[in-house]
Every structure is written in C-alpha cells, then in structure tokens.
Design a protein around this ligand. Sequence first.
Ligand SMILES: [Zn+2]
Ligand SMILES: [Zn+2]
Length: 131
Amino acid sequence: MPPLTPGAYLKMRRCAAGLSVADVAAKIATAPRLAEHARAELIDLIEADAAPASFETIVVLSNVYWFDFDVLATLVRAALGADLKLPRICRICGCSDRDPCVQDVALVGQAVCEWVNVDLCSSCATPGAYA
Ligand SMILES: [Zn+2]
Ligand SMILES: [Zn+2]
C-alpha cells in the first residue's frame, strides 16, 4: 500500500472529527482573508495534495479539528522522498499512537483506542464505541 499522503491524512482526521469541508471553511479565518467558498476550495486542494498548505493554514486547521503535527511532518517527509519509518495510522479514522481516539467513560475517566490490526484501531473496529 502506498504511504498515506499529507492531504489524505488531513482529510481522514477532518472526517473523523465529523466535519465537512464546508464546516471547516466556515470556522477558519485565513490571512489574507479568503471568501468562504475560496477557503473550501483551498481545503479541497490541500486534501488532494494539489496545493501546499502554508504553516499558518496548518495551525489554523489544527484549531478546528485534531491531528498530530509530528505524524503530518513525517508524511510530508515521506512524500518528499525520505526513506523513513512511517507512523502506524488507522486506515479509517487516521488516529495514531500520538493521537488516539479518546472515549469518555463515566466514572472510569478516559479510555483510548488500541490496535486490533496493523492499520485498524478498536474505535473503528467497534463503531459507536468511541465518540
Ligand atoms: Zn480508527
Ligand atoms: Zn483510534
């Protein structure tokens, strides 16, 4: 399987957060300010790896949904041709050891997902178990 691209990773994390491109476009403010539809186009291009995301855009996106900067940086290095060990990432939600799914459990506190397969986490293996 080819390594996950940076854009595909961002898309997975957005989807895992239950947000549409339009949701994210409505929540981010870019500098210089773009119209909302232009922001949606930019997100589409970034997720398709068709346009580079500025560092500011990455930071702004991270305010809207959670993803891991180190995982993203590793995927960018891989996309640039670096031969390195890729992080383990769930093929459905994009979670990783650095950025696991978190379940709020009454009384117990928080539980995080575990690996049930090389690229599948317990949260995705049991849909609905985690928020
Ligand atoms: Zn998962
Ligand atoms: Zn997970």
